[in-house]
Design a protein around this ligand. Structure first.
Ligand SMILES: [Zn+2]
Length: 496
């Protein structure tokens, strides 16, 4: 039994029919015109895609799946919310919840506050509840007294935790609030599939990895590749696990490491000080020696790393370390996550180094004003996607959901137009073609992950995203909000 997907369009002229097998990956057997229908046998299925525009299935290369699923139950703030807005939302929410229950929220932006976060005000708004509010970039947590007691930590008067302390607090609050990670992962998959995503590369802790192995029955399944957070990965290192171990629906890739913090929290590690903080160059989180030691060990066991590096100094140190200890993992590549600031010297070093760059173009939509203030003239080296593609560096796109909306239309839009609709483009010379942007969501991730997918060709997995209209033309002429997913096909089966 095969499936004949008909009445479709693709970027290739004359293609109207794709035939997939009934094996676990729905392998593509034939791609062609309506003449393929003549090959039908009685038990074959025919699926009419009603003129939909088919691309290879979209893959988000930087995701937090359980977090994303959970984010639908949280207080979500807008980047422009003031302190008063946030406190009012917390108070309103706290009033409706049983006392003692954690109040967790995310998305606040310090730049929107005149007076800064404040622990006492958060105490009053929380009316006895422990409250933890993650910043827009998740690298800063704002907590109150009750949360300090429950977490066994102490902050200064502003209730602020940064970087590792913030991540730790968040994980512990999750544990105490008895979130069900399997339900969260299932919710995340369902929502991601609606956006046309056939798979994600997700950063998880051990609980998240367990959740992906114990999804509730009937879950809409997308494909997942897991990088374990450093700190949850000792057993992976000790076990000698190779990159890519697992199944075609759940693979363990390697370890996620942090070289630095983030732009919005002024912790991205820079070669030169921030324009708006003359004595601050940001923060080195891991240290060069630990990075070298870890990459060496990963290389020896044929595993890979995803190294978070945002500032130019962090990217530089990560590139040097990868240059010294390139992975020996066959087709599966290590990657630098974000690489937001990359000067000419390091662009050239990246081109000579066996590592992929994993970028989130949609972040430029909200990082742009912060970069202008904090990085000034260096903004021209930020999100320099056209230069990176021009240097023939393998480049994959993602969203870092739930930090940003994972709808890939926004990522494509940002990579092509460099600004929100109607806004003047930001460093427009770094805009890329729609076709290149699509490849960084489809063909390129498949290649650096060592998956036979990402293309509409015989032998590839039957993973396809069906759009309401010609994606390439629409991204030039239409508003991103008018571009919709008509179907998501994973392993030759329609899931949306
Ligand atoms: Zn992330």
């Amino acid at each position: 039994m095969r499936t004949f997907w008909t009445n479709l369009r693709t970027s290739a002229l004359g293609v109207t029919t794709i035939v997939t097998a009934s094996d676990a990956n729905g392998t593509i057997l034939m791609v062609g015109g309506s003449e393929l229908l003549g090959h039908r046998r009685p038990d074959d299925l025919v699926e009419d895609l009603r003129g939909g525009y088919v691309t290879p299935g979209f893959w988000d290369s930087h995701f937090h799946l359980t977090e994303y699923g959970r984010s639908f139950d949280r207080l979500r703030f807008d980047a422009g919310d003031t302190r008063a807005d946030i406190l009012a939302r917390v108070q309103e929410h706290a009033g409706t919840r049983p006392t003692d229950e954690w109040i967790i929220g995310a998305g606040w932006n310090r730049a929107a506050f005149e007076a800064g976060p404040d622990k006492q005000r958060l105490d009053r708004a929380g009316i006895g509840h422990p409250v933890l509010l993650m910043s827009l970039d998740y690298h800063t947590a704002w907590i109150n007294h009750a949360a300090e007691r429950r977490l066994g930590v102490s902050t200064g008067g502003n209730g602020i935790l940064r970087e590792g302390d913030a991540f730790h607090a968040q994980a512990e609050a999750m544990r105490q609030s008895a979130a069900d990670p399997a339900e969260d992962a299932a919710r995340g998959m369902r929502e991601a599939a609606k956006l046309g995503l056939v798979g994600v590369t997700t950063i998880e802790d051990v609980l998240g990895l367990r959740a992906l192995q114990s999804l509730p029955d009937g879950t809409t399944r997308i494909r997942t590749q897991v990088f374990l957070r450093d700190g949850d990965a000792e057993w992976l290192m000790a076990s000698g696990l190779k990159a890519g171990f697992g199944t075609d629906f759940l693979r363990i890739m390697g370890v996620k490491l942090f070289m630095d913090g983030a732009l919005g929290s002024h912790t991205a590690w820079l070669k030169h000080p921030y324009d708006d903080q003359a004595d601050n160059v940001g923060m080195s989180v891991l240290g060069e020696q630990r990075l070298l030691d870890t990459l060496k060990q990963l290389a020896e066991q044929e595993s890979v790393a995803a190294v978070h590096a945002i500032g130019d100094r962090a990217v530089h140190e990560a590139l040097r370390a990868f240059h010294r200890w390139p992975p020996r993992s066959g087709a599966i590549k290590s990657r630098i996550e974000h690489a937001q600031l990359l000067d000419d010297e390091d662009l050239e070093l990246a081109a000579r180094t066996s590592v992929a760059l994993s970028l989130q173009p949609c972040h430029l939509l909200f990082d742009r004003p912060i970069a202008d203030v904090s990085w000034g003239q260096r903004g021209r080296y930020a999100f320099r996607i056209r230069d990176i593609l021009g240097a023939l560096i393998d480049t994959v796109f993602g969203s870092d959901a739930p930090i940003a909306d994972p709808n890939p239309v926004w990522g494509l839009w940002a990579a092509v137009h460099r600004g929100l609709p109607g806004d003047p483009p930001w460093y427009p010379e770094q805009g890329i073609s729609v076709r290149d942007a699509i490849r960084s969501y489809t063909e390129v991730p498949a290649r650096i992950d060592g998956r036979p997918s990402g293309r509409l060709e015989p032998g590839c997995w039957g993973d396809m995203t069906v759009w309401s209209e010609d994606l390439e033309a629409s991204l030039i002429h239409k508003n991103p909000e008018d571009i919709h997913v008509a179907a998501t096909i994973i392993g030759g089966r329609r899931v949306v």
